[in-house]
Ligand binder design. Structure first.
Ligand SMILES: *Cc1c(COP(=O)(O)O)cnc(C)c1O
Ligand code: SF4
Length: 347
C-alpha cells in the first residue's frame, strides 16, 4: 500500500494542485493506493484517468453548491449500526470502512475517512435478527468500504451467518478490489464464496475506464464468473476520467465482451469536495443519448442519480415519448429523430 507523499514521489512528479493537497493540514479523506493501481498511471500525463481517480487535488478543499458529507442521508436511514435500510425490499450492510485504494470521488467518505471500522459480532447479531424479522428484504448489499479488504476467514464467518439466517436472500458483494488489487482474488476466496451462491450471490464491481480492464483484473473477474458468481458493473461518471462518449462506449463494450453486465452509470453524488470530478447533468444526459444510439441493450447501463437529502436513486435519460392526447394517441420521436404515433386499443 502506498499512502505517503514520499513513496508516491518515487513514481511520479506531483503537479501544483496535487502538492497543495499533500501539504495542507485540512485534508480529511486519506490518500491510499495499491502499487498495482498506481502502476496503471502514465506518470507523464497529469490528466491520466487513473491518476485523477486516486491522486488528490487541492480542489477537494472547496465546498460547492448543494454538497454535504452525507447526501444520501445514510446516517438517518441506518436502522442499526452499519445497516442502511432505505428501500423496502433491499438493504445495504457496511462490513468495514477500509478500501484497497481510496477513490477521490468516494460518496461514502464520511465513513471511509474514519479510523479502521469492522462490524462487530454483536452488531452482526442484531443485523441477523433484523433480517429474520424483515422478510420483505429480498436483497442484501455487502458493502463498505470494501468487504474484500477483510480476510477470507472473516468473510466466511460473516456471510455464513447471514446465509444461515436467510437462506433465500440474494447477496450483492460490492467491491473495487478486482479493479485496484486483483491479486486479492484467489481460488480459495472464490471457492469460499461459492458456498453461498445457492440463492444468488452477485459481484458488483466499479470499472470506470477501459485502462482498468487489464489482464490481471479480467482474470480476477473470470474467477468469479467461472465459479457461478455473475458480475455487474457500476460505473461513476467522472469529469476528466470518462466523460466522453468514445471512452464510455469502449468501456461498456469491453465489459460485455468480458461477461460483465454494465448495470449503472452514476451521476456524481453531491458529496463535499468532489465538484471538480462531477460532470454537468446536461452533459451527462447528452452522453446517455449518444451512448444509447451506439450501444446494444446489453451494453447500455442505466444512467441514474442518487438524489440529495436521501431522495434515493432515480433513473435519468432522454424521453422518446414526446406528447399524448386524450384519445390514447402517443407521439414518439424515433432514435433517428422521426415522428411516430402509437395508439391504445379502441376495443
Ligand atoms: C443503491 C442502494 C441500494 C440498491 O439499489 P438498486 O437500485 O437496487 O441497485 C440499496 N440500498 C441503498 C442504501 C442504496 O444506496
Ligand atoms: S472503493 Fe468504494 S467505498 Fe472505497 S473509496 Fe472507492 S468508492 Fe469509496
Amino acid at each position: 500500500m502506498i499512502c505517503s507523499v514520499d513513496e508516491l514521489q518515487k513514481y511520479l512528479k506531483l503537479t501544483d494542485s496535487e502538492r497543495r493537497w499533500f501539504s495542507s493540514k485540512s485534508k480529511s479523506f486519506p490518500f491510499l493506493v495499491t502499487p498495482y493501481y498506481l502502476s496503471l498511471i502514465d506518470p507523464d500525463n497529469p490528466n491520466d484517468p487513473i491518476r485523477r481517480q486516486v491522486i488528490p487535488l487541492s480542489e477537494e478543499f472547496l465546498n460547492s453548491k448543494g454538497e454535504s458529507l452525507d447526501p444520501q442521508r445514510e446516517n438517518s436511514y441506518s436502522v442499526l449500526p452499519n445497516l442502511v435500510h432505505r428501500y423496502d425490499n433491499r438493504a445495504a450492510l457496511l462490513l468495514t470502512n477500509k478500501c484497497a485504494t481510496n477513490c477521490r470521488h468516494c460518496f461514502r467518505r464520511r465513513y471511509t475517512s474514519e479510523e479502521d471500522i469492522i462490524i462487530s459480532e454483536k452488531e452482526l447479531k442484531s443485523v441477523l435478527s433484523y433480517l429474520k424479522d424483515n422478510l420483505q428484504i429480498k436483497e442484501l448489499l455487502l458493502t463498505g468500504g470494501d468487504p474484500l479488504t477483510l480476510s477470507d476467514q472473516k468473510l466466511d464467518n460473516i456471510i455464513g451467518l447471514i446465509r444461515e439466517a436467510r437462506k433465500d436472500i440474494v447477496l450483492r458483494l460490492g467491491s473495487r478490489v478486482v479493479v485496484t488489487a486483483p491479486k486479492r482474488i484467489t481460488e480459495s476466496l472464490v471457492s469460499m464464496l461459492r458456498k453461498y451462491n445457492k440463492a444468488a450471490l452477485y459481484l458488483l464491481t466499479q470499472f470506470n475506464h477501459p485502462k482498468e480492464l487489464t489482464k490481471e483484473s479480467l482474470e480476477a473477474v473470470s474467477l468469479f464468473i467461472d465459479n457461478g458468481i455473475p458480475v455487474l458493473n457500476q460505473c461513476v461518471l467522472l469529469r476528466g476520467v470518462n466523460d466522453d462518449v468514445t471512452t464510455l462506449e469502449t468501456l461498456m463494450n469491453s465489459l460485455v465482451a468480458n461477461r460483465i453486465k454494465p448495470y449503472y452509470l452514476f451521476q456524481g453524488d453531491l458529496v463535499s469536495g468532489t465538484a471538480h470530478l462531477r460532470v454537468p447533468l446536461k452533459r451527462g444526459l447528452e452522453l446517455e443519448y449518444q451512448l444509447r444510439k451506439r450501444l446494444s441493450g446489453l451494453a447500455m447501463p442505466q444512467y441514474a442519480v442518487d438524489l440529495p437529502k436521501g431522495g434515493g436513486k432515480v433513473s435519468l435519460g432522454r424521453s422518446y415519448l414526446k406528447d399524448n392526447d386524450e384519445n390514447g394517441n402517443y407521439c414518439f420521436e424515433t432514435m433517428e429523430g422521426e415522428r411516430r404515433i402509437y395508439s391504445d386499443p379502441t376495443c
